[in-house]
Design a protein around this ligand. Structure first.
Ligand SMILES: [Zn+2]
Length: 103
């Protein structure tokens, strides 16, 4: 069971905060929500694709967006830093797992 934070660092203005945003995610939604709560992130900041990203299965991209300072806090709290390739592998693994359970 692990929590991950990638290094997307996408410049954007979100909730009136200008920053560079990365994706915080985990092996399970429950673990991610618990970790995010400890970091002080609000439950309503949980992100999934607004439109279904696949026709037959739930969104595989669920995450919280975090600024660089929260990213640093997350790593200090035990999140594993990952790169965008690993983030892509995580979503691919979720897609494959979802395909197995819906098959
Ligand atoms: Zn999605």
């Amino acid at each position: 069971m692990s929590v991950y934070v990638d290094n997307a660092r996408i410049p954007a203005r979100v909730n009136r905060i200008n920053g560079r945003w990365s994706h915080l995610t985990a092996d399970t939604v429950e673990e991610l929500n618990a970790f995010a709560a400890r970091l002080g992130l609000r439950p309503e900041w949980f992100q999934t694709c607004k439109r279904k990203c696949h026709s037959t299965m739930p969104c595989v991209h669920w995450h919280y967006d975090v600024t660089d300072s929260k990213r640093t806090e997350a790593i200090a709290a035990g999140a594993q830093p990952i790169d965008l390739r690993t983030w892509a592998e995580i979503t691919k693994a979720r897609r494959e797992a979802a395909a197995r359970t819906t098959a």
